[in-house]
Design a protein around this ligand. Structure first.
Ligand code: URA
Length: 214
């Protein structure tokens, strides 16, 4: 059973108890400069009492425009892998370590830029509140930025994936690659191998949720 968590509190502001309140607060966020160039904040989305939370890096170009996480190419890859692993995205909560799209403009294109340690740290505030509201049993960090945010430090993905870890509050934590990593691989064979490993990592989470791993 998920542990009961207190209502999320923001000093000096009304308590944030619902995902709708959280969405509004994230959109008013000025904790780092990333809000200036983004269209909007992209809040996490999914079941209020989801048993699993998936954390990505930051919204991409399409997510920034849609205001929803993982709706572009990386999202389609994630959806496919989740379905294969037996995790229903509708029953999960999908979010990002950083809520605004960090990018640079090149002509008419907006090129993704990796969030830095300061931006990740400032945005952990929102992830913590999401965690308190949703209270998932398992949190899956997709890629290095998410690992840093969820675990509060860097971990080598190659050495930590495929295992059930424990977060400081007792929640089960899992580490795997970011779905965009698969999209960037140059040849079909390495893409297929990396995809199989990604699905295997997600299957471990699905097994835990079914109660068949200790
Ligand atoms: N990549 C992410 O990490 N998150 C998204 O929402 C989209 C792409």
């Amino acid at each position: 059973m998920p542990r009961a968590r207190p209502a999320a509190e923001v000093p000096g502001a009304a308590p944030i108890r619902t995902l709708a309140q959280l969405r509004a607060a994230e959109n008013a966020c000025r904790r780092c400069p990333l809000y200036r160039d983004a269209t909007r904040a992209v809040p996490g989305e999914g079941a209020r009492r989801a048993r699993v939370m998936l954390v990505g890096e930051q919204p991409g170009d399409q997510e920034d425009l849609a205001g929803k996480p993982f709706v572009g190419p990386a999202g389609r890859m994630l959806d496919k892998a989740l379905a294969e692993a037996g995790i229903d995205r509708k029953l999960a909560f999908v979010t990002n370590a950083v809520k605004h799209f960090k990018h640079e403009e090149r002509g008419r294109r907006r090129l993704h830029k990796r969030p830095n340690a300061y931006e990740i740290e400032q945005c952990r505030w929102w992830l913590e509140i999401e965690r308190r509201i949703v209270a998932p049993e398992a949190i899956v960090a997709l890629g290095a930025t998410a690992v840093r945010s969820v675990f509060g430090r860097t971990l080598a993905i190659a050495r930590t994936r495929g295992r059930r870890l424990r977060l400081d509050d007792g929640t089960a934590g899992f580490v795997t690659v970011h779905p965009s990593f698969l999209l960037r691989l140059p040849d079909a064979e390495s893409r297929q191998r990396a995809y199989r490993a990604f699905v295997a990592d997600l299957r471990l989470v699905a097994r835990m949720l079914r109660g068949s791993t200790a």
